[in-house]
Design a protein around this ligand. Structure first.
Ligand code: FAD
Length: 454
């Protein structure tokens, strides 16, 4: 007698028209993200994979998959481009991996607002919006492969956050359409703060179908690298450009010595031992930018107009944010990284202090700062420092040293929501949203520790 079909087999057999992926190597590959940046997560998430992958093409297929999973009590982990860093899209308890990349239509852009299906790539969204004179306000450096749903579900911001703050700032996300995870699913439009309760919670409290975002006017962006011999001058220059209200900007990053030495594919523009500022400012603002370069004793070693960036498909944004870490890891696999935010108004002193305590050319923590505006509009910097990794214990000691000196660490070496950016506790509206949209707790189970206790 044949064994009864497992829930996964029943799911697979009940929806024969879905684009299924069942072969083990592909399912394994799609179950991974960029959590390998962390030697800690690499070990903890090793071997975690979905049982099956589905690639829905339309809302009806998503509804059918959700209804069947809810009936069969199968976990669902949603995947966009799989570029998340904390194992966000790695299924901990098997089940279905729903690959959203085929659900990717651009819907519309007008009057500073745009809307698309969640699986659209950010580069594709921008291409469509720019044709209408608009662009995304902030993009991660993974914009070529990351999706709008993944940015909303697992991202923070990136290039553009120096002007528009993090994605979570009210006005940056205006609404989402989501589906409830029930045998009879409902489609719900959430607006404003209600929509933001699903932001950066790793797809644990809602499966998002469409996202409506505030847009920025599109500009022709000039990309420059400015190098300095002196650390303080490089830091002050980056800060002054970040603040300068008359300079339209998309990116102000600082790679302190020896970080530029790891950017080997930019080596022609980075003198060994230099400190380098990565700048993306509107072409119309080049002159005032150059005046600051002269005032702080910097030297422009790289300059690409918007037309050149488009023609070469080479952008310094792919040397900023966590691409700095990626580029460095290509050179030295023993490195890892941290994520920190400095207190506005004290950020330069804090950066200098941490540089003195742990940094410098031969230090243990190598400074890579990204300037941005906070949720309340102040200019500060965050950092994605490179760390010369030795042991998990020493990594935790380093984190404690930062915290003891008033620097906030968003630990990228943990996969539970509560242990990362949430800093211990989830807002009640996150849990309320989960009760409403995922009453059986099927979405990305194991990432929201609080859920077990409610
Ligand atoms: C080299 C590198 C550089 C990076 N730079 C940045 C940066 O500058 N800024 C930044 O914020 N991040 C950055 N990241 C992290 C990541 O690339 C971004 O957050 C990106 O936006 C994630 O998009 P994705 O489509 O790859 O998401 P995925 O990794 O596929 O998913 C991320 C999370 O969102 C959830 N999710 C995906 N789609 C949906 C949906 N439709 N509904 C509900 N939940 C969903 C997933 O379950 C997962 O938990 C970087 C990562 C790397 C590896």
């Amino acid at each position: 007698m044949n064994a009864p079909a497992s829930p996964i087999e029943q799911l697979h057999m009940s929806l024969p028209d879905i684009d299924w992926i069942t072969d083990t190597p592909r399912v394994t590959r799609l179950s991974q993200d960029f959590s390998w940046f962390s030697p800690v997560l690499k070990g903890e998430l090793n071997g975690k994979r979905a049982d099956i992958v589905a690639k829905p093409r339309n809302e009806e297929e998503i509804r059918q998959l959700v209804a069947a999973c809810a009936r069969l009590r199968i976990p669902i982990t949603v995947r966009g481009g799989g570029t998340g860093n904390y194992g966000q899209a790695v299924p901990l308890q098997g089940g279905l991996l729903m690959d959203m990349s085929g659900y990717n239509a651009f819907l519309w852009a007008k009057d500073g607002v745009g809307r698309a299906q969640a699986g659209i790539r950010l580069s594709e969204f921008d291409k469509e919006a720019q044709a209408k004179g608009w662009e995304l306000r902030c993009i991660p450096s993974t914009f070529r492969s990351a999706t709008l749903g993944g940015l909303f579900g697992g991202g923070f911001g990136g290039a553009g956050s120096i002007t528009w703050g993090p994605l979570a700032c009210p006005g940056n996300v205006l609404g989402v359409r989501a589906i409830t995870i029930e045998p009879e699913p409902n489609f719900v439009e959430l607006r404003g703060a209600e929509a933001l309760a699903m932001h950066h919670v790793y797809g644990t409290n809602g499966l998002v179908l469409e996202i409506e975002v505030g847009l920025a006017p599109a500009h022709d962006w000039l990309e420059s690298v400015v190098v300095f011999d002196d650390f303080d001058k490089a830091l002050e220059f980056s800060d002054v450009i970040a603040r300068a209200p008359g300079i339209l900007k998309k990116e102000v990053g600082l790679l302190a010595c020896p970080v530029p030495d790891y950017m080997t594919t930019l080596a022609d523009h980075l003198e060994p031992g230099c400190h380098a500022a990565l700048l993306v400012v509107a072409e119309s603002c080049e002159q005032p930018m150059l005046e600051y370069v002269q005032r702080y004793g910097g030297k422009v070693t790289y300059r690409q107009t918007a037309a050149e960036v488009k023609a070469t498909r080479r952008t310094i944004i792919e040397y900023a944010w966590n691409h700095t870490t990626l580029n460095a890891l290509k050179v030295d696999k023993t490195l890892t990284y941290l994520q920190s935010s400095f207190t506005p108004g004290q950020h330069l002193e804090q950066v200098r202090l941490m540089e003195k305590l742990l940094g410098g050319k031969d230090g243990e923590v190598l400074l890579h700062a990204e300037f941005l505006r906070t949720m309340t509009g102040e200019v500060t910097c965050s950092a994605l420092q490179l760390v010369r990794y030795t042991t998990p214990e020493r990594l935790n000691e380093i984190i404690d040293i930062f915290r003891a000196n008033g620097v906030r660490i968003n630990n990228p070496h943990v996969y539970h929501l509560e242990d990362g950016k949430a800093q211990g506790e989830l807002a009640p509206e996150i849990i309320e949203t989960k009760k409403r949209f995922d009453p059986q707790g099927l979405l990305n189970p194991g990432k929201m520790r609080t859920w077990k206790n409610t």
